[in-house]
Write a protein that binds this ligand. Structure first.
Ligand code: MRU
Length: 357
């Protein structure tokens, strides 16, 4: 892929450059982050969003936190404890996508394992690791795309429905769900992508439709409540979505509305696929009910792109994610291969592969 999308996250000379996704598709603007708090704000406000992308951004945010801790006129041990406090703050910016905590924990574990004699040494080591996490994400996306495409061997004129944005904008590479879709397009097997608009923040309309259109991949936009109609009309051959967290039983947290799609897919006998790298699996959680669901501000529902669209003073329900029970998931596409039920077994195998790497 080329152009602006390749540069949604870039580390350049001590600055984290982020494409501000809240401005898309009308404005292509970049944020120059030189302070970890700017990175935290960007994650909270969804300027950078998508599970893998926020993990990658947090890795770079930790470099900025370490650089600032190093400037404090206190002993090394105090610099270090301040750095740990800030890393916790960064980790808590969004609760559902495990990739964020995964990236922060990965770096913090290295720092704790040490030994390091100074913050300078730590900064060098963190910089290396943040870049590795970023580069690794690019590779994971490519491998998922190849593995996912095997599910459609011999099939032509595919019409795929996707929800939210699990594309290049949500990752360091091609995307998870959109990586598979890009591969199918490259192989001449794709007829159309149906992109759910994805209320309330319109990641489908603003981001998925944008990046597919930029790439010349045919896309049809539908509002979320049109998905059932599209399935009933026989317009959809398969659904592919990304994930924010997957438990050891195969329950999948993803953008609000995903669960509804999975129920609809079951009724219409349409395969429901999830594409996610190992960093999206929470090997400590079994049951999807235990995944923390981020509740976001009322205004996101009470307004439409800043313009009031409901009476003020009413109650609002605004969970950013829902959990699709594993029974509704046909297969999970990972970089290590396609996982199928029994998920407890296939995910345990994935865990042993990644732990032994
Ligand atoms: O709130 P967002 O926009 O960060 O939610 C993103 C999603 O739900 C994506 O589907 C998920 O993170 C997978 S991205 C490869």
């Amino acid at each position: 892929m080329e152009g602006v999308l390749m540069n949604n996250i870039e580390w350049r000379d001590g600055t984290l450059i982020l494409l501000d996704q809240t401005k898309l598709p009308t404005h292509v603007e970049y944020l120059q982050c030189t302070d970890w708090r700017q990175v935290a704000e960007a994650i909270k406000m969804l300027r950078v969003r998508g599970a893998p992308a926020i993990g990658v951004a947090a890795g770079y945010g930790l470099i900025l936190a370490a650089v600032e801790a190093n400037r404090l006129a206190v002993p090394f041990s105090e610099q270090l404890s301040t750095f740990y406090e800030w890393s916790e703050e960064l980790k808590e910016t969004r609760p559902t996508a495990i990739n964020l905590a995964w990236a922060v924990n990965r770096i913090i574990a290295i720092v704790k394992a040490g030994p390091f004699a100074s913050m300078h040494e730590i900064i060098d080591r963190i910089t290396h690791e943040a870049i590795v996490i970023h580069e690794e994400d690019v590779q994971l996306n490519t491998r998922m795309a190849i593995n996912g495409a095997t599910l459609f061997k011999g099939k032509q004129n595919l019409r795929i429905l996707t929800h939210c944005n699990a594309g290049a904008l949500a990752t360091g590479g091609l995307g998870t769900a959109l990586g598979v879709i890009r591969k199918l397009h490259e192989q001449g097997q794709l007829e159309m992508v149906y992109a759910d608009e994805t209320r309330p923040l319109l990641q489908g309309a603003r981001l998925t439709a944008f990046e597919l259109h930029e790439d010349g991949i045919p896309v049809t936009l539908e509002t979320d409540n049109m998905a059932a109609y599209a399935m009933q009309q026989g317009l959809i051959d398969a659904i592919i979505v990304g994930a924010d967290r997957i438990t050891t039983e195969g329950d999948v947290a993803n953008k609000i509305g995903t669960y509804g799609l999975a129920v609809l897919a079951k009724f219409h006998n349409i395969p429901f696929y999830v594409a996610a790298p190992y960093s999206t699996f929470d090997f400590t959680l079994k049951d999807g009910k235990d995944i923390p669901i981020e509740m976001r501000a009322d205004d996101e529902v009470l307004t439409f792109q800043g313009v009031p669209s409901a009476p003020t003073g009413i109650h609002v329900l605004n969970p950013a994610f829902d959990v699709t029970p594993h029974e509704l998931v046909t297969a999970i596409i990972t970089e290590e291969g396609v996982l199928t039920p029994n998920y407890q077994e296939s995910i345990a195998r994935l865990q042993s592969v990644v732990v032994n790497k």
